[in-house]
Ligand binder design. Structure first.
Ligand code: ATP
Ligand code: MG
Length: 430
């Protein structure tokens, strides 16, 4: 026998018992985006490699070692998107969505990064993100944070997540701070690990983000960007925190929060949880005022975030707070008692779907003995089976069998089926 082909490591199948939770999450997101006036954008999964290397930054983990990059048959360098912001900017510019207008957009879909797979970290994972363009005030920073907070509330997660905030200041303020930081790190050169030494020249701010416990004490003593902000960024940040205070959203200022992508300026934030071990960031974002221009567009302020769907689903499951309705079971299984009634059973199932669009109805297919038909009805998870045999066909009735309750089977006129089912289902066990 030849060897079976398996899925690629870190890329998951979403199986039927999990998809209801995803659908629940996705429907909550869709409804929420509408309520805030955000429009969905869908971009291709593959883009030119330069789009990501130019936006995310050459010396970030993502571009240095995590991208799925390949040459296509024309010899062009293409990359499976590792995140959604760059593609959204590219599409918005390409279709003229940015010129003298504001946009509030959202997206969802798979992203690809060649990381070490572990709980909450995969090579194909899914994000929901929002991106807003054309607004530079702190009001829109506050709005995207409030939008995410409302999602946590809707999902029952609000008590389990913490908002961390920082400001990266203007590019000029950050450049001046960078010099300060480099000289601090140079004084403590012996404490830097290999990665950090490499970053000392290429991307010193990223060192602040290091999770190496041996560096923690030294990092705690590093100069804080927060203390070196330009006046405008400070004002912006204070106005943002004032809005959050008014809205009753608690936050922790984390002066070491720098984010793993180079395009951020001013506001950066993360929603984190303690319930998922070290993969604790469920949503992350911030302001990226320079990116549109960097990618060849007119200067356009922008702010957005992305959340990791796998981590949020994991959190919902860990906390066991997926509502039972999310896994809406079958209501009805329709079966002929033998082959001669199969055609009538199909017609009955279609009538039910015409008359009662809310009911979830599955039809028995594949024939079999009466016993095996009933067994399949039971396994389907439906609450009620509708049975059609010769005598029911003659009398214009249908037999109702309760699959989850200890209740007598009964006969119902087919003409009155829709209304009778309503009351039968309201008393039958789900
Ligand atoms: P982390 O610090 O966990 O590596 P990141 O800073 O690389 O995250 P972003 O690029 O900002 O993450 O992506 C936003 C969110 O997408 C993350 O907060 C996380 O919830 C999710 N995410 C990122 N990478 C992965 C991954 N490999 N697998 C699953 N989810 C991920
Ligand atoms: Mg990462």
């Amino acid at each position: 026998m030849s060897k079976k082909i398996q899925a690629i490591r870190g890329m998951n199948d979403l199986l039927p018992d999990q998809s209801p939770v995803w659908q629940y999450f996705e429907s909550q997101v869709q409804a929420l985006m509408k309520r805030y006036g955000y429009d969905e954008i869908r971009t291709p999964i593959v883009e030119q490699t330069a789009l990501f290397s130019r936006s995310i930054g050459e010396v970030t983990d993502i571009v240095e070692k995590e991208m799925y990059t390949f040459e296509d048959r024309n010899g062009d360098s293409l990359t499976l998107r590792p995140e959604g912001t760059a593609s959204t900017v590219r599409a918005a510019m390409e279709h003229g969505l940015l010129h003298n207008q504001t946009q509030r957009l959202w997206y969802q879909g798979p992203m690809f990064r060649h990381e070490r797979p572990q709980k909450g970290r995969y090579r194909q994972f899914h994000q929901v993100g929002v991106e807003t363009y054309g607004l530079d005030g702190p009001d829109i920073d506050a709005e995207v944070i409030l939008l995410s907070a409302r999602l946590w509330k809707q999902l029952g997660l609000f008590e389990h997540v913490t908002l961390e905030l920082n400001s990266l200041g203007s590019n000029e303020a950050r450049a001046a701070y960078r010099d300060l930081l480099v000289s601090y790190f140079e004084q403590h050169h012996e404490l830097l690990d290999e990665d950090s030494r490499r970053r000392l020249t290429s991307n010193p701010l990223r060192i602040l983000d290091s999770k190496n416990p041996d560096m923690a004490e030294m990092l705690a003593g590093a100069p804080r960007l927060m203390d070196h902000l330009d006046a405008e960024s400070r004002e912006h940040f204070e106005a943002l925190t004032a809005r959050l205070d008014t809205a009753g959203i608690d936050y922790v200022i984390n002066p070491r929060l720098v984010r793993g992508l180079d395009y951020y300026c001013r506001t950066v934030f993360e929603w984190t949880t303690n319930a998922l071990g070290s993969q604790g960031t469920v949503c992350a974002g911030g302001r990226y005022d320079g990116l549109v221009e960097q990618l060849g567009g007119k200067p356009t302020p922008a702010v957005g975030f992305a959340m990791g769907i796998e981590r949020l689903i994991l959190l919902l499951e860990t906390l066991d707070i997926v509502p039972a309705e999310a896994r809406a079971p079958l209501d009805i299984y329709v079966l002929g008692m033998d082959e001669s009634a199969d055609g009538a059973a199909m017609a009955l199932a279609e009538h039910l779907r015409d008359d009662s669009p809310k009911l979830n109805v599955q039809l028995h297919c594949g024939g079999g003995s009466f016993k095996s038909r009933i067994k399949k009805a039971d396994r389907s998870g439906a609450r009620i089976a509708l049975l059609l045999g010769e005598s029911e066909l003659t009398s214009g009735q249908v037999a109702v069998k309760f699959l989850r309750d200890d209740r007598e089977q009964c006969l119902v006129a087919q003409s009155a089926l829709a209304t009778t089912l309503d009351s039968l289902l309201s008393t039958a066990t789900a």
